[in-house]
Design a protein around this ligand. Structure first.
Ligand SMILES: [Zn+2]
Ligand SMILES: [Zn+2]
Length: 277
């Protein structure tokens, strides 16, 4: 599949996603990749890789990307992934090393809930739980900033100056969720981590769009059906909801047509498919 570039609010996302085939998105401004599919050229120049889960269409490219980066003398890449992937991936790298007679330099780190990983000053990534057939995470990129404390909202400059004089900090730390990426998941992850609904951009797997597959069968495979998303749209405050991982059974035109006909009119701007064409 060819990769596409999409932009919203100054943030560029490049990549492609089709269920069972390839999912890999990059945020070049932050040198981050979200999943690596089978190792696509657009991800090779990234520094940090966040892997949602170990299905091959999301993660098979890890060894290839490591080898490409070594060949280009890039700095050592760092991969975050569910902890259950660590030992098998180390083993796979070891076996590739045997085949090639070469030892690669890379870093595999087990992502943990509750941890935050610094990308650059004030910008962090944190994993959130998702519900799939094997251990899986989604990831949220967010910005930390300081803002006037809630309890001081509406205070005058003089009142705030008094707080300062008393040796207190009138500001508090806040998070702004910039992008959340789900990898593969059932829709109920939204109930486990409701804050994800506030991400400026929510990249959400929606494998099935119409009656060709039932909600039941979407759940059996650990996926989301568009019919499950529709009644939840009004609980999501994201500026953009970008659907990825649609089933290959829908051509681009068919998927576009289905989405257009099934979405309420007022959501047709906000909810979109990650471009395939
Ligand atoms: Zn998948
Ligand atoms: Zn999967």
């Amino acid at each position: 599949m060819e990769t596409r570039q999409w932009e919203h609010a100054g943030l560029t996302i490049e990549g492609c996603s089709l269920a069972g085939i390839q999912t890999s998105l990059t945020l070049p401004q932050y040198s981050i990749a979200l999943d690596v599919a089978n190792g696509l050229p657009h991800a090779i120049s990234m520094n940090t890789f966040f892997i949602s889960h170990g299905h091959m269409d999301h993660a098979a490219g890890i060894p290839y990307i490591i080898s490409q980066k070594a060949m280009r003398a890039h700095k050592k890449p760092r991969f975050y992934m569910p902890e259950s992937m660590l030992a098998p991936m180390e083993e796979i790298m070891h076996q590739w090393g045997r085949i090639e007679g070469h030892e690669y330099d890379y870093e595999f780190i087990g992502a943990r809930l509750g941890e935050e990983y610094e990308i650059k000053k004030n910008i962090f990534m944190k994993p959130f739980p998702t519900i799939h057939r094997i251990p899986s995470f989604g990831y949220s990129l967010y910005r930390k900033f300081r803002k006037l404390r809630w309890d001081l909202a509406g205070s005058s400059t003089a009142e705030i100056a008094t707080v300062r004089k008393e040796g207190e900090d009138p500001t508090e730390e806040r998070d702004e969720l910039l992008v959340s990426f789900t990898g593969d998941t059932q829709i109920e992850f939204l109930d486990q981590t409701p804050e994800v609904r506030k991400s400026k951009i929510l990249i959400l797997e929606t494998t099935y769009l119409d009656k060709k597959k039932t909600i039941r069968s979407a759940k059996d495979w650990g996926h989301t059906h568009l019919e499950e998303l529709l009644p939840r749209l009004n609980t999501i405050s994201s500026e953009k909801i970008v659907l990825i991982h649609t089933s290959a059974r829908y051509s681009w035109e068919e998927a576009q047509g289905l989405l257009h006909s099934l979405l309420p009119k007022n959501e047709r701007e906000r909810v979109m498919l990650f471009p395939r064409k």
